[in-house]
Write a protein that binds this ligand. Sequence first.
Ligand SMILES: *[C@@H]1O[C@H](CO)[C@@H](O)[C@H](O)[C@H]1NC(C)=O
Ligand SMILES: *[C@@H]1O[C@H](CO)[C@@H](O)[C@H](O)[C@H]1NC(C)=O
Ligand SMILES: *[C@@H]1O[C@H](CO)[C@@H](O)[C@H](O)[C@H]1NC(C)=O
Ligand SMILES: *[C@@H]1O[C@H](CO)[C@@H](O)[C@H](O)[C@H]1NC(C)=O
Ligand SMILES: *[C@@H]1O[C@H](CO)[C@@H](O)[C@H](O)[C@H]1NC(C)=O
Ligand SMILES: *[C@@H]1O[C@H](CO)[C@@H](O)[C@H](O)[C@H]1NC(C)=O
Ligand SMILES: *[C@@H]1O[C@H](CO)[C@@H](O)[C@H](O)[C@H]1NC(C)=O
Ligand SMILES: *[C@@H]1O[C@H](CO)[C@@H](O)[C@H](O)[C@H]1NC(C)=O
Ligand SMILES: *[C@@H]1O[C@H](CO)[C@@H](O)[C@H](O)[C@H]1NC(C)=O
Ligand SMILES: *[C@@H]1O[C@H](CO)[C@@H](O)[C@H](O)[C@H]1NC(C)=O
Length: 847
Amino acid sequence: MKFVLLLTALLSHVFLLVWATASVQFKFVSFYNSDHNDYDGGCCDDVIGGCDNFCDNYFFVCIDGDDTGPLGTSCDMAAITTEKLHEDNDNFNFPSTIPNAIANPYTIRVDSWSGSMQVFVRVWDLDTQNADDEIDRDRRTIYEAAARNLSSATWQQYSLGSRSQIDFSFEVRVYCDSYYFGSDCSVYCIPRDDQYGHYRCDTNTGAKICYSGWEGTTCNIDVDDCASTPCKNGGTCHDHVAYFTCACPPGFVYADEFCEYDDCAGQPCQNGATCNDLIGQFKCVCPLGYFGDLCEVDIDYCINQTCANNGTCVDRVDGFHCLCETGYEGLLCDVETDECSSSPCLHNGTCHDLIGKYQCACQEGYEGTHCDLETDECLSSPCRNNATCEDELAGYHCHCVDGYEGDTCEMDIDECASFPCYVNETCVNEINGFWCLRLNLCDYDPCMNNATCVDDYPGFICECAAGYGGKTCDQDIDECASSPCLHQGTCTDHLDGYTCLCPPGYGGEKCHSETTECNSSPCLNGTCWDLINGYVCNCTAGYAGVLCQNEIDECASSPCEHGTCVDELNAYRCECDVFYEGTQCDTVIDKPCALRDPPCQNGTCENTNSANDYNYKCTCDDGFYGTNCDIDSKLYGAVVFMIGKLEDKSAYETKLANLLQKLYALHSRVRRDTGETVSVEIILTEDYVKSTDSSPLTKVTFLAWTESGYLQKDTIEAWIDGASTDLPAQYGLDIYKGSAEPFTGNPSENWIGSNWYIILLIVVIVASVVIAAGFIYHKGYINRAKDAVIKYQGRDRGQSALPLNLETTYNTRIGEVDIAHSTRIRDDAPTLPKRPDLPNMVEGEGE
Ligand SMILES: *[C@@H]1O[C@H](CO)[C@@H](O)[C@H](O)[C@H]1NC(C)=O
Ligand SMILES: *[C@@H]1O[C@H](CO)[C@@H](O)[C@H](O)[C@H]1NC(C)=O
Ligand SMILES: *[C@@H]1O[C@H](CO)[C@@H](O)[C@H](O)[C@H]1NC(C)=O
Ligand SMILES: *[C@@H]1O[C@H](CO)[C@@H](O)[C@H](O)[C@H]1NC(C)=O
Ligand SMILES: *[C@@H]1O[C@H](CO)[C@@H](O)[C@H](O)[C@H]1NC(C)=O
Ligand SMILES: *[C@@H]1O[C@H](CO)[C@@H](O)[C@H](O)[C@H]1NC(C)=O
Ligand SMILES: *[C@@H]1O[C@H](CO)[C@@H](O)[C@H](O)[C@H]1NC(C)=O
Ligand SMILES: *[C@@H]1O[C@H](CO)[C@@H](O)[C@H](O)[C@H]1NC(C)=O
Ligand SMILES: *[C@@H]1O[C@H](CO)[C@@H](O)[C@H](O)[C@H]1NC(C)=O
Ligand SMILES: *[C@@H]1O[C@H](CO)[C@@H](O)[C@H](O)[C@H]1NC(C)=O
């Protein structure tokens, strides 16, 4: 199969090379096969399990010019078979040399171009093991016009492929070979100009186009230019290649190839114009200055021209002429004439050009219009002092009389210049002579520093100003030379004087006097004693310190026994505590109850003459308490109920104080860290029973205080009421928080055990009373019970150890006692002096 294709291609080449008139170029561009399958849909290079490899493509291209014969066999233009392009590659561009030594593009020479050709392509997969697989086959007819030549030929793009996955892309261009023309490139034409022909070729058709003067099928016949007898008026025609000439008879001229009548024969043009003969007419070429058909009109050039500087315009044949005013020249009189150009000024005089004239500026010594006259300088009598003047060229010379000199003899000769006098004499110049005068040296101001000069011929005397010395008073006298400063003072010299810097303790102009340091009054509160270079202060009473600047604090020794010391100047004053008197506050006031403001605030005062209780004793009114009866139990007497009888009062006070200390710390946020200790004192105990089972209760009224003062009743009761239940237990207090009522029976041991029936009776009675009270309450009464007798245990304010039992009535309400309290610490609680030791307390009644 391959062999047949190759043979066909070879034969085509040989045949085409001989007769070629056109070239067809075929360019392989690119190929891709996206599914890598062959023409039947199978794999290239089958492997068990699928198409693992791509194809090893090679191509067969058949180009058929006359589109005859069976497909792929009549490849009369070209049959191109490539070798394998790539191994396993279905997507590539073709190189410029395709395997099997095929030039790309591939050029096909044909003897004529029909305008179309058929391209048939087959693609194969090269297999070494078995027969090659055909990948694809496709064909198409392409139509293209032949370009004139290679440089104007353009590539046309085409593609082939029997299915969409395959694209074989190629390009084709067609062009006529040199000297071949026409749409089929079959017309042959070479331009020439020789014995065989005189023509060029039509670029499109290739038809021969004869050069001028030639005709015939090969343009080799000379045309007879005289055939139409062009020479008129009897002229004889002579034929040349592509042109003719006429030989004209007399009276006619040979013009424009023809014999013509000479229209200029009558010399129609005027004013010397040149006549040009034309066919049946003539033309005058005017000389400068004339115009018109016959050049008969003279041009007035002055119409448009104005001569400058008042020049007058004169019309000429070929132009104009300006007649200039004096001083101007040039074609338009626009140039000012340089009158100096002739160098009219003599003797190097300078010429200044003016309009129409000139002016000479003469050199010194010359004058006249052209500097032609020499000046007589002596006319102005320049020589002074009777000198004689002699005129010279551009100058003069003065001949001085004796005693004068200078150009104009203006200077008197200084005869003193030669120092004709003695040194001790002054020379005085005169006209033509001199005098020698005696010399006064003071005229030369020899004395310095404002000294007065006195003439002392032949010398001088300087009378110096103060502070100066020397012959000419030029020296500043050192006033320190005589050591005027005493007591080792340091001398500083000044002009006409000195100053002494004195050692400590001395003063005065020459450090001669001792300093009085006391003059500055350094002692603030005392007498100053002056020493050499110092002083001492003798302080007045009550003051101390080097300068007596400190006032002595007489309170430093704490002289006041019971009072506050107030320091005074050289003294002190005691402000005594209450109930003390005397300069040292060491005496107790004898009768304090007689004071205007007696000590007992809510009680009766009694003078006692005992220092232990400040010589007085207060018997407090009901509800008041304290040394001075100043504690209102309504405000400060807090109440708690304890279960059972109060056995050990002081132990209970300690426990209660511990509990309050804890509560105080809990509630008094501000004072928590002050570490103030709470103290408790029981002031009243009363017997109560529980309202529920009538078991015994003790109502304990107590005072509590810290260093700062008493704690308020309301506050304490609120604390206790709000305390967590474990807190009282933790501190060993059995505080009762239920309902209670006053105890009315007789106290007895084992009362509950031996009198259970009585308890039952009481319960019944209480229940009845409660029902009755409830009934009454519901009727709107506020019923008061009969007065209950309770024992109030006041205390004496002193150390008398005498219990004071006061019987008093205390109104209370039947039924339950409400012990709910408000919680607030009063900030204005009274601040009291530290409480004295507590007296012994009487034990409670129910013991
Ligand atoms: C090629 O053909 C074009 C179009 O006819 C023409 O213009 C050009 O001069 C030609 N070139 C040559 C080298 O003959
Ligand atoms: C004068 O000037 C006019 C206008 O510029 C021009 O047409 C004319 O030829 C001139 N005449 C001459 C004589 O130059
Ligand atoms: C031209 O003439 C007028 C009138 O005589 C005169 O006033 C003028 O100054 C002249 N101009 C020049 C440039 O001489
Ligand atoms: C004019 O000047 C020239 C050059 O400065 C000098 O040589 C000549 O002597 C001068 N002539 C007169 C007449 O001053
Ligand atoms: C010039 O001469 C006259 C007459 O001889 C005389 O009177 C006069 O004083 C002289 N002047 C001077 C400046 O010499
Ligand atoms: C001035 O000096 C001269 C020369 O030294 C001397 O002879 C003369 O006596 C002096 N005159 C006086 C007045 O001293
Ligand atoms: C000289 O005296 C004048 C006027 O009294 C004074 O202004 C000046 O300072 C003095 N000069 C000296 C060097 O003393
Ligand atoms: C003590 O000195 C002070 C300050 O100088 C003064 O104000 C005060 O009066 C003096 N006291 C006496 C008693 O002189
Ligand atoms: C200090 O003054 C007091 C009273 O003025 C006097 O008695 C005493 O002598 C003085 N002391 C001295 C050291 O002078
Ligand atoms: C208690 O004493 C104070 C101060 O003396 C007084 O103002 C007040 O009225 C007294 N209270 C009673 C109830 O007497």
